[in-house]
Design a protein around this ligand. Sequence first.
Ligand code: UD2
Ligand code: MN
Length: 294
Amino acid sequence: MKVLNASHEETQVTTTKSTTLGRCPDNPPTLVGPLHVEFESKRTLDQVREIISPRLQEGGRYKPPDCVSQQKVAIIIAFRNRHEHLIHWLYYLHPILIRQQLDYTVYIVNQDGEGVFNRAKLMNAGYVEAMKQYDHDCFVFSDIDLVPMDDRNLYRCFDNPRHLAVAMDKFNFHLPYSNFFGGVSALSKRQYLKINGFPNTFWGWGGEDDDIYNRIVYRGMSISRPNLVMGKYKMIKHKRDLHNEPNPKNAGKLSRTRQTMDKDGISSLKYTVKEIKKDILYTFITVDIEAPLR
Ligand code: UD2
Ligand code: MN
């Protein structure tokens, strides 16, 4: 047998290393459990960049260096004019998601213009745009103002659609009602397509989360949830935003989800991408979703 020269040896070593990477374990070993969460006003985006960016790839992407993740997760956040909340979210979530050993990317889906806000339609646009960037098979849909207080609450997909934000401080760390599906949820690509995605027609505040819940039940799936200890969340205190008033029409639509869900969803989605910016901490996608002015 020939003795290998130095460079050949090096190639051998890297090849062996990349082929022997095992699957990441079901229970990530580096989790710490309950977390202290405090929304300090002096935090800046540059500080967060300095702390977190050495571990990330452009666009807010991470892959564990020592194992192969079982899912490729897209974190999708509906957004407009909440830059301070974005700082806190990134500060807390990146380290948590890294400890969870996820292969993940953060997508901030920014609604262009001054029209009425539409959380669910933005999430649909986020799904389509994320799929153009990477072969994601799991989607975590989150509010920008919700930070988990326990890193055992895993941001990945389960056998059924998962509701993660089960115990928020603003609801006294309980589910406000048993069908509640708001805040943070996770659906695999298969689960998301099975319900034709989210509704596009819930303009303004309220109802879209209940419509999604209905879709899941009507397609014969159930809801998976963490317990009330691991599912604790802190919401950044805020007032209702401009152009996101509670819409009284939304509640009325909920009795018709069964009839509307096949027509209103990912199958009927229309929007235009205005800009895609890749920051080291996130991919920022600005979309025109044809919002009516109020
Ligand atoms: C609740 C639900 C939320 C959704 C909403 C009804 C909780 C914690 N969350 O949120 O999931 O069902 O009711 O629509 O109970 N946003 C912006 N800019 C805006 C308006 C909204 O970025 O101008 C985004 C942002 O990610 C925000 C989310 O939409 O967190 C939900 O809006 P919200 O925080 O005003 O509503 P909230 O807390 O009542
Ligand atoms: Mn909120």
